[in-house]
Write a protein that binds this ligand. Structure first.
Ligand SMILES: C[S@@+](CC[C@H](N)C(=O)[O-])C[C@H]1O[C@@H](n2cnc3c(N)ncnc32)[C@H](O)[C@@H]1O
Length: 299
């Protein structure tokens, strides 16, 4: 089992954040290729009206028709395009070249409009602020926050871009869920409070490992025996640290929820909760696996 290394990079400086971003860009480029290799004709799925969002984010997003939606850390754009299916005017930002190239092609091939920018989220937010951009909704989900070493700069960055009354929405894996290995053994801290966690084996092919359970577009065997040559750098953040970053940025918390089911299969043995969603196996005392937040900019 690969042991993580703690504190290798310092995200409190722009140089440190850049080193984290550059490492993760390389690692995500490789992993994204492997992930998409398992998903069958995605363009067709969206061309035929497919939408892969879950009821948690659908409920929080509400009616997005005609609204401008900024999707941070959007990966290959499948969720961005799903928001566009509902009439949202969407822009996705991601640091991975492979992810953004894929997202642009997916949008073109499916005919579902979306704009995609390859950029480090901190840089893009600062540049958009200089352009005086304003958005109705800022959204991110499922494994976006773990890549951020500086929640304050991130939250301040998108709060500036929200229109008065605009909302930040997220559905994320719960920090308690991330304390446990896939066999439920307790192995990781609740939060690393901004200390980096480096994995030499990089971002894994978790889509391939868990098989055809999470691929509504259909399954392909795709890349086999994937090994990522590029290490990945993560950060553990407790729930109160995420909420505090939003409040300190000037947002007002509108809703917060914790869920004992998860819209990904995160442990080896789990019980099906509903389609593409799992809960604890019988006999395990329940703890939260996901959380959601909605926060509004006053005005
Ligand atoms: C688990 S994926 C998010 C997937 C997302 N739930 C979706 O819509 O499919 C995390 C993404 O964060 C991106 N990322 C990591 N660090 C970033 C940064 N500093 N700036 C922008 N994107 C970043 C990665 O490239 C990756 O695509």
């Amino acid at each position: 089992m690969v042991e993580p290394r703690y504190g290798e990079l310092d995200p409190s400086t722009p140089e440190g954040r850049r080193a984290v971003g550059e490492g993760n860009r390389l690692s995500w480029n490789e992993a994204t290729k492997a992930h998409n290799s398992h998903k069958a004709d995605q363009a067709r799925y969206f061309r035929e009206g497919g939408n892969k969002l879950y009821e948690e984010e659908l409920g929080l997003l509400g009616d997005v028709n005609g609204k401008s939606v900024l999707h941070l850390q959007c990966n290959s754009g499948q969720d961005t395009i799903s928001i566009a299916q509902m009439g949202g005017i969407v822009t996705g930002i991601d640091i991975s070249d492979e992810a953004i190239d894929f997202a642009r092609k997916l949008s073109a091939d499916s005919g579902v409009p979306g704009t995609f920018h390859r950029a480090d989220v901190y840089d893009w937010l600062a540049e958009a602020s200089e352009r005086d951009e304003r958005w109705d909704i800022v959204f991110c989900s499922y494994g976006a926050i773990i890549w951020l070493g500086d929640l304050t700069t991130w939250a301040n960055g998108f709060t500036k871009l929200l229109k008065p009354g605009g909302r930040f929405i997220t559905v994320e894996f719960h920090p308690v869920e991330m304390m446990f290995e896939i066999d439920y053994s307790h192995r990781y801290p609740y939060s690393t409070h901004g200390t980096s966690i480096t994995w030499d084996d990089g971002i894994l092919d978790y889509v391939g490992e868990f098989g055809p359970r999470d691929t509504p577009t259909g399954w392909l065997d795709g890349v086999q025996n994937f090994e990522n040559p590029h290490p990945a750098h993560e950060f553990g953040w407790g729930l109160s640290e995420v909420v505090t970053a939003l409040l300190d940025a000037g947002l007002v918390l509108e809703s917060m929820a914790e869920y004992e089911h998860c819209n990904a299969k995160v442990y080896k043995e789990m019980k099906q909760f509903r389609e593409r969603s799992w809960t604890h196996k019988d006999g395990v005392p329940k703890f939260p696996l996901m959380y959601s937040l909605s926060a509004r900019k006053p005005g």
